[in-house]
Write a protein that binds this ligand. Structure first.
Ligand code: G6P
Length: 369
C-alpha cells in the first residue's frame, strides 16, 4: 500500500533511498563511534579459523554473487588470502575440491536460496568452516552455518535487490578489515583510513541520491535503446555486472556487463551510435586505463554515460553524459557507484511502464533449484 511505500511510488525507489540509513544500521555496533575499530561478533568467536584459512570460497546467486566478487577484491587486498567466487548452482554439482582448512562464505539476502543452501551442505560435509552473510534473521542459511553476520538492512520487498546488495558489500568490507588486521596483512594507516571513510559513506550516498532528478532526466534519452553495455575495472567491474543485471531485471532491456579492457576482445564489435555504454571511470588506480577504453568506444561513435569523480575533467570532455559522485577510498567506490546505476535502471523501467517491484518471471526468493 501507499503507506508501506512511505510516499514513494515503488518499494524499489524507497529501498534505494533508504541506503544511507540501512548502511548506518549495518555498521552500528560494529564500527566504534570514533571510527577507529571494527568488530564482528561472528569473526571474533572464530578468530583462529580465519587466521589459519588457506582459502576462502564464496558461494551465492544473482546479485549476492556480484557482492561476492567484490569480496574477492577485498579479501585478496587486505587479507592476502586466495578467494574463489562461485555460482552456488555450479559449485554444488561440480565435484568441487573443498579442504577442511577452507572457509566457505554463503551470501544470500533471503537466506533461503536452494542452490546456496545445497552448496553449504556440501561444504559442511567436506569439513569446511561455513560462514553466512544474510539479511533475513533466522532463515535457513544462518541456521545451517557455523557462524555469520547479518546485513541488518530491513525487509527488502522489491524483487530487484538494492539495499541488501550495498549492505552485503559493507559486511564484506568490515570482514576483510577485521581479518586483515588479525593477520597483520593490512597496514595500520590503511585500516584506519578505510574505517574512517566507511563511516562517511552514508552521507556520501545522500549526495549521490541528490542527483536523482538529473538521472531521471538522463534516463529519458535512453529509454528506447535496445541494448546496453556496462563497463568497469577493478572494484567497479562487479558493479558493471550488477548495473546490467538491474536494467535487465526490471526494464527487460538486454544489457551486458564487461570488464572494460575485455571490450576489445569481442563486444566492441557491437558499438555504433545506437549503443549506450555506461562506463565507471572514477578517479582511482585504473582511471587512465578506463579513459583509454572510453576513447576506443568514442572512436566508434558509441554513446557514453560515465560515472566520474566530482571535479573530473578528462572524461567529461570525452563523453556524452557525466554523473559526478564524491571521491572515496578505491575499495569503497562500489558503495557509491552502484547508486546511480540502480537509479538509471529504475527510471528507465518506470518510463517503460514496467512492473518495477514485481518483474515478470522473477521471484524474490528462489527456493527451488
Ligand atoms: C533471486 C532474486 C535476486 C537475488 C537472487 C539470490 O533470483 O530475484 O534478486 O539476487 O535470487 O537471492 P538471495 O536471497 O540468495 O540473495
Amino acid at each position: 500500500s501507499e503507506l508501506e511505500r512511505g510516499g514513494y511510488p515503488h518499494f524499489m525507489l524507497k529501498e534505494i533511498f533508504e541506503q544511507p540509513e540501512t548502511l548506518k544500521n549495518c555498521m552500528s555496533g560494529r564500527i566504534n563511534v570514533e571510527a577507529t575499530n571494527v568488530t564482528l561478533s561472528g569473526i571474533i568467536d572464530h578468530k583462529d579459523k580465519f587466521i589459519q584459512a588457506k582459502r576462502i570460497i564464496i558461494v551465492a546467486c544473482g546479485t549476492s554473487w556480484h557482492a561476492g566478487l567484490i569480496g574477492k577484491y577485498l579479501f585478496e587486498e587486505f587479507c592476502r588470502v586466495p578467494v574463489e567466487v562461485e555460482y552456488a548452482s555450479e559449485f554444488r554439482y561440480r565435484h568441487p575440491v573443498i579442504h577442511p582448512e577452507d572457509i566457505v562464505i554463503a551470501i544470500s539476502q533471503s537466506g533461503e536460496t536452494a542452490d546456496s543452501l545445497a552448496a553449504i551442505e556440501l561444504a559442511r560435509h567436506a569439513g569446511a568452516f561455513v560462514y553466512g552473510i544474510c539479511n533475513v534473521v533466522g532463515s535457513s542459511i544462518p541456521r545451517n552455518t557455523h557462524s555469520g553476520s547479518y546485513t541488518h538492512c530491513g525487509h527488502e520487498i522489491g524483487v530487484a535487490s538494492t539495499k541488501a546488495f550495498t549492505a552485503q558489500i559493507t559486511v564484506l568490507t568490515m570482514m576483510a578489515l577485521a581479518i586483515g588486521k588479525e593477520k597483520g596483512k593490512i597496514s595500520v594507516e590503511k585500516y584506519l583510513a578505510v574505517i574512517k571513510e566507511l563511516s562517511h559513506i552514508p552521507e556520501k550516498i545522500e549526495r549521490v541520491l541528490a542527483l536523482n532528478k538529473s538521472i531521471k532526466k538522463l534516463s529519458r534519452i535512453f529509454t528506447y535503446a535496445r541494448n546496453f553495455i556496462y563497463l568497469g575495472r577493478g572494484y567497479n567491474y562487479p558493479i558493471a555486472l550488477e548495473g546490467a543485471l538491474k536494467l535487465k531485471e526490471i526494464s527487460y532491456i538486454h544489457a551486458e556487463g564487461y570488464p572494460a579492457a575485455e571490450m576489445k576482445h569481442g563486444p566492441i564489435a557491437l558499438i555504433d551510435n545506437e549503443m549506450p555504454v555506461v562506463a565507471i571511470a572514477t578517479h582511482n588506480t585504473v582511471y587512465e586505463k578506463v579513459v583509454s577504453n572510453i576513447q576506443e568506444i568514442k572512436a566508434r561513435n558509441g554513446r557514453v554515460i560515465a560515472i566520474v569523480t566530482e571535479g573530473d575533467k578528462s572524461v567529461k570532455s570525452l563523453v556524452d553524459h557525466c554523473i559526478e559522485i564524491p571521491s572515496t577510498e578505491e575499495c569503497l567506490e562500489p558503495l557509491l557507484t552502484s547508486i546511480p546505476l540502480q537509479l538509471i535502471a529504475y527510471h528507465i523501467a518506470v518510463n517503460k511502464n514496467r512492473d518495477v517491484d514485481m518483474p515478470r518471471n522473477l521471484a524474490k526468493s528462489v527456493t527451488v533449484e
